[in-house]
Write a protein that binds this ligand. Structure first.
Ligand code: SF4
Length: 317
């Protein structure tokens, strides 16, 4: 499997060349809505997964290829199959990749922000998005299913400390799922975020791709509207919904199978997205059928739409 993939059209970051710096599903959380699937074991100890040189080379080659095709990359984004801050070399990798002249973004679940080494590593990035799905223990445990070694209070305190020392673009993301009794968690989260120094955007998201637990799909529209209203009351225009469709071009290398698998490993693909990659790579529907047959790709239904996710035989490609 290639470490660098895309670019993938990102809802926040434009054309985002992804960096998959963590092997599948090494995470501190086992979120009910995770698009990578259900977690088996949780871990919170930082360690090395891939040599930083290997990550840098993969990104450099991919960027060169994309730019040689006249395509642009807006961000190089650490958005792996697990939690990117588990990678103990993250800070060094960010520094190396920034030398390529493109802004570096990291999408973190925030769970290790209590650790000063994680805060130091993230401070090297240009853009950091941190997850705040809940500030109430009960809801945090239901939605994010954290490792039992983690403490919500320490995480929230770590997020504040990180913001105090960060000079880049800071955004939060709050994912809402169905069947959760939220009470006024909207007000609680927004109040917490209002005390975060330099917060530029507070996104409210709903699952737009198949979740790990079938019941953890999008909540009723009323819940989303209520959250948005409360967020707007407290945070003003920084509160924004993130549940609109993606746009733009997927990256392509001429090898449709590889492009589809790389993207599907971290990002379930809609029918339209797969059709676009096939077209860009000059491949036909027969490639898609062969991938489904070989187990590189699986077809799933979600909210009445068809998606393609990485299949049992795609890992380790
Ligand atoms: S959604 Fe992100 S934080 Fe949650 S389990 Fe999946 S990879 Fe981990």
């Amino acid at each position: 499997m290639e470490i660098a993939f895309g670019p993938i059209p990102s809802r926040r970051l434009g054309a985002s060349l992804g960096v998959n710096n963590i092997p599948p599903k090494h995470c501190t959380y086992n979120c009910t809505y995770c698009q990578v699937g259900r977690g088996t074991s949780l871990e919170i100890t930082r360690r090395s997964f891939y040599p930083p040189d290997m990550i840098f080379e993969s990104v450099r080659r991919r960027l060169e290829l994309v730019e040689s095709r006249g395509e642009k990359v807006d961000h190089i984004t650490f958005v792996p199959d697990g939690e990117p801050t588990l990678d103990i070399n993250l800070g060094r990798e960010i520094e190396m990749i920034r030398s390529l002249g493109v802004s570096v973004a990291v999408i973190t679940n925030s769970s290790l922000l209590w650790d000063s080494s994680v805060r130091d590593d993230l401070s090297a990035a240009d853009y950091v998005s941190f997850k705040v799905d809940a500030v109430t223990e009960r809801i945090w445990r239901i939605v994010d299913r954290p490792s039992h070694e983690l403490s919500l209070g320490s995480i929230l305190e770590g997020a504040s400390k990180f913001a105090d020392g960060f000079n880049g673009h800071l955004a939060s993301e709050t994912m809402l799922v169905a069947r959760v009794e939220y009470g006024d968690e909207a007000g609680n989260i927004a109040s917490f975020l209002s005390r975060i120094r330099g917060l530029r955007d507070a996104y409210i998201a709903v699952p737009t791709r198949p979740p790990a637990e079938p019941w953890a799909g999008p909540p009723d529209r009323g819940v989303v509207v209520y959250f948005l209203t409360r967020f707007r009351e407290i945070l003003g225009a920084r509160a924004q919904p993130l549940d609109f469709p993606e746009h733009g071009q997927f990256g392509h290398t001429g090898d449709a199978r590889s492009d589809i698998v790389s993207a599907a490993l971290v990002h379930p693909l809609s029918e339209g997205a797969v059709a676009q990659i096939l077209k860009d790579d000059g491949a036909g529907e027969d490639v898609l059928h062969a991938m489904l047959e070989s187990g590189e790709l699986d077809e799933v239904e979600f909210s009445g739409r068809k998606y393609y996710v990485a299949g049992r035989n795609s890992r380790g490609r």
